[in-house]
Design a protein around this ligand. Structure first.
Ligand SMILES: O=C(O)CCC(=O)C(=O)O
Ligand SMILES: [Fe+2]
Length: 346
């Protein structure tokens, strides 16, 4: 792997097989997380099938193509949807409020965690018949997050369940959020002004990001030298139309995982929550769809330092502390502060 100090605008985000059969997975994952903070996970045995992802994109497209009144019904600013859940029209979110002149050119639909097998918010008409499909997908995402967190714990030499216990849905609520994203193509893009998602880092512990097979790119990460580097939709570049014994190969895409602020804080900066954004790519015009699963610790999880020798050593070097006014903060305190800075919900 190229050392992060020597970026030239091109980054090679590693693709890692995290199945238990890969005994080197913890080391590889830690190295990637401490370097770029972004990593592709081989889809094999993750529990998430390509057809699950394809189906979610179909549902997403159907929803965003619905008439405005269908979307308004579940608007994030309506009382019905509940805080932070529901549809965000264009103009609601500005992920980089210090620099952006205009809000992100996107729409989103936020879905909170199901409780007792049911979503805690109304679904829009086109999605209503598919509630179970959505819940199943959320579950699969959560399971994959837990596996990734378990591999991190192994890599850090702590109890395998240190992170997963603190993300155990059965123990209480969390800020975990499932999000459908739609970035429409617009006719005139003002250079340096219009952006699909402003520069930001994610708030939670880890994020799963699903990009669409054959879809438009646009995601970029900020390298340590301050340059923007594109993240591919398909890092393996599966040949289109390759055949396997006469049967066309439908290769599943690796799943992009990135570290969020909470995991960075928890590890005193050893794992990196890298700043990223979504642009209108010059070479590839068209609507972009993506699906994100933002995994958060339980609301009342204290952001105390992870009891790992590697983290301790890093904390000594970086001088980072987790206390605020001498008091440890919870995952919820952290999330509330971030949301307040980036949303304009009227
Ligand atoms: O759509 C994407 O590719 C990235 C979205 C993202 O970074 C976010 O919503 O936090
Ligand atoms: Fe993000």
């Amino acid at each position: 792997m190229v050392s992060p100090e020597h970026f030239t605008g091109e980054v090679q985000i590693p693709v890692i097989d995290i199945r238990p059969t890969n005994s080197d997975a913890p080391r590889q994952l830690l190295q990637a997380a401490a370097g770029y903070g972004f990593v592709f996970i081989e889809p094999w045995e993750t529990g998430i099938k390509q057809e699950d992802v394809d189906q979610m994109f179909e549902l997403s497209k159907e929803f965003f193509a619905s008439p405005i009144d269908v979307k308004e019904e579940v608007s994030i600013s309506s009382n019905k949807a509940g805080k932070n859940y529901g549809w965000l029209s264009q103009g609601v979110e500005k992920l980089d409020p210090m620099t952006q002149k205009r809000p992100d050119v996107k729409e989103a639909f936020n879905v909170g965690e199901p409780v007792g097998g049911e979503l805690q918010q109304p679904l829009p008409k086109p999605l209503r018949p598919h509630e179970q499909t959505i819940i199943d997908f959320q579950r699969k995402c959560h399971r994959l997050c837990q596996r990734v967190l378990q591999v991190f714990a192994i890599a850090l030499g702590i109890n395998e369940r240190w992170f997963t216990d603190r993300h155990d849905e059965a123990r209480g609520p969390s800020g975990t959020m499932f999000r459908l994203l739609y970035y429409p193509q617009i006719d005139t893009i003002e250079d340096g002004v219009d952006i699909r998602a402003g520069a930001h880092s994610d708030y939670g512990s880890i994020t799963l990001l699903f990009q669409q097979r054959g879809g438009h790119p646009g995601l970029e990460i900020k390298t340590p030298s301050g340059e923007w580097a594109p993240v591919p939709v398909d890092p393996v570049q599966h040949p289109v139309g390759s055949f396997n014994g006469g049967i066309p190969k439908e290769q599943p895409l690796p799943i992009l995982v990135n570290i969020g602020d909470l995991l960075e804080d928890w590890t005193a900066g050893l794992l990196k929550s890298t700043v990223h954004r979504v642009i209108f790519p010059e070479a590839s015009g068209g609507d972009r769809y993506s699906i994100a699963y933002f995994c958060h610790p339980l609301d009342d999880a204290l952001l105390e330092p992870v009891p790992s020798k590697l983290v301790e050593d890093h904390a000594l070097k970086s001088g980072r502390k987790l206390a605020r006014d001498g008091k440890l903060i919870t995952a919820k305190d952290h999330l509330m502060a971030r949301l307040a800075a980036t949303y304009t919900v009227k």
